[in-house]
Design a protein around this ligand. Structure first.
Ligand code: NAP
Ligand code: HSE
Length: 431
């Protein structure tokens, strides 16, 4: 687009996400310039190792990240390096220097979003973070804009590509967690420390961000209950299948009475007919319920350079359009802190798997323990697992009950003479 003005951009980080965004800017340069009414020019790229081979000219690279945020001609900073610091310090410095910011950093936004969004708003600048949640799926902007008139009642989603790939392949191919995790790392899906994916921290960060945007109050990650997928065994996957379910790592948040929220991240048994049950591989999806709009489902690739690069570039285009009309489109700071309820107050159905001696009265004793805690059973699968020792395994499904009651029942089962081992217990989502 000859004669069009230039908007100059600096990148902090040029790994999976940074290079994905850069390639999109290069490949779709003309169309993007037409849509923005200006050329987007990347003038500096901050990295750790200048010697690495990249898809951008070596002349753009620097290891001096401060020089990127301080660069006089740069209007917008794209942060795709990850971690709390130096990323946080650099974003703050960029905002104080009057530069708009686009970031993919979910940990930083989950922990310091309220403060940084507030700073951006006071500075009259944009701070966009669409890529931080759900990879290429537009989630933040629709919730912040088109759905903003609704009271959000509930959100439930598959929000981590790595663990969804792992659980899908454990289910479909019987592959072990470690093998699929190595593949996810090779494809650039996993976090720098993959325990963030496997232990549920990544979803906790994403759910904190989504909740803050949806409920308009800052939700800290620690206000969201968290479990990862390390405890899921092939036996759980097999029983779930027999009972008509699949196991997914979900992030779920609900508005509860009195203006509080209850947020949680954990493996979940999903009925096969549930809209999230068929979301496999690296795909993510979010089911949202608003008081006026009703149920809305978003789905798409949740990780990887191209999908996430698309979200970064979308944010960048939005910033550039706002710059062209001289206004910030993002000023939506959170008002105060959310009040969160503990997981013990959850009402849910549950799956419980135990190993027992295969002899009379065992089943009755277990049913009595559940019954004493107001937990009513809805289904059961059993099999002999050791004919020599005469050991059997039973998988129970319960009706909906209070989590505090279920936990007490499980604790009692652990000490009951009729139970050799409580192998696992998992929450069950109903339709
Ligand atoms: P990555 O591939 O490891 O890339 C990180 C980049 O940042 C690299 O270019 C690295 O430089 C640079 N970097 C990191 N620390 C640095 C430091 N202290 N000084 C200078 N440069 C530094 O990571 P990524 O997967 O692109 O993820 C980046 C961010 O996006 C993270 O916050 C992540 O959570 C988020 N995210 C990732 C995805 C995904 O699918 N991967 C999706 C959504 C959001 P070198 O290249 O020289 O090592
Ligand atoms: N590690 C993350 C995932 C990247 O696997 O979903 C996308 O946020």
């Amino acid at each position: 687009m000859s004669g069009a003005p230039y908007i100059r951009v600096g990148f902090l980080g040029f790994g999976t996400v940074g290079s994905g965004a850069y390639r999109m800017l290069e490949d779709n340069r003309e169309a993007i310039a037409r849509k923005v009414g200006a050329e987007i020019e990347v003038v500096r790229i901050g990295v750790r190792d200048e010697a690495k081979k990249r898809c951008a000219s070596p002349s753009l690279l620097t290891t001096d990240l401060g020089s990127v945020v301080d660069h006089r001609e740069i209007d917008v900073i794209v942060e795709a390096m990850g971690g709390l610091d130096p990323a946080g310090e650099l974003i703050e410095r960029a905002l104080r220097r009057g530069k708009h910011v686009v970031t993919a950093n979910k940990e930083l936004i989950a922990r310091r979003g309220a403060e940084l969004v507030g700073l951006a708003a006071r500075q009259g600048l944009d701070l966009h973070y669409e890529a931080a949640v759900g990879g290429g799926i537009p989630l933040i902007q629709p919730i912040k804009h088109q759905l903003a008139g609704n009271d959000i009642l509930r959100m439930a989603g598959i929000l981590n590509g790595t663990t969804n790939l792992i659980l899908s392949r454990m289910t479909d191919e019987g592959e072990p967690l470690e093998t699929v995790l190595a593949e996810a790392q090779g494809k650039g899906y996993a976090e720098a420390d993959p325990s963030s994916d496997v232990d549920g921290h990544d979803v906790q960060f994403k759910l904190a961000i989504l909740s803050s945007v949806a409920f308009g109050k800052a939700v800290r990650p620690e206000q969201i209950y968290r479990e990862g997928i390390r405890g899921i065994e092939q036996a759980d996957i097999a029983y779930a299948k027999t009972l008509g379910y699949v196991i997914k790592l979900l992030g779920i948040v609900e508005a509860v009475e009195g203006g509080s929220i209850l947020g949680r991240v954990h493996p979940t048994l999903l009925p096969k007919a549930h809209p999230l049950a068929a979301v496999g591989g690296v795909y993510n999806a979010l089911c949202l319920r608003g008081d006026f709009v009703g149920d809305v489902t978003f789905m798409g690739r949740g990780a990887g350079g191209e999908a996430t690069g698309s979200a970064v570039v979308g944010d960048l285009i939005d910033v550039c359009r706002n710059m062209r009309i001289g206004g910030s489109g993002d000023a939506a700071p959170f008002s105060g802190e959310a009040n969160a309820r503990p997981i013990e107050e959850l009402t849910s159905a549950y799956y419980v798997r135990v190993v027992v001696p295969d002899r009379p009265l065992v089943l009755g004793a277990i049913a009595t323990i559940f019954g004493r805690r107001n937990v009513s059973l809805s289904a059961m699968e059993m099999r002999v697992i050791d004919t020599k020792l005469n050991h059997g395994e039973i998988a129970f499904l319960t009706h909906r009950c209070l989590e505090a009651d279920l936990r007490q029942a499980v604790e009692e089962l652990r000490h009951a003479p009729e139970v050799l081992r409580v192998c696992n217990w998992i929450r069950v989502e109903t339709l």
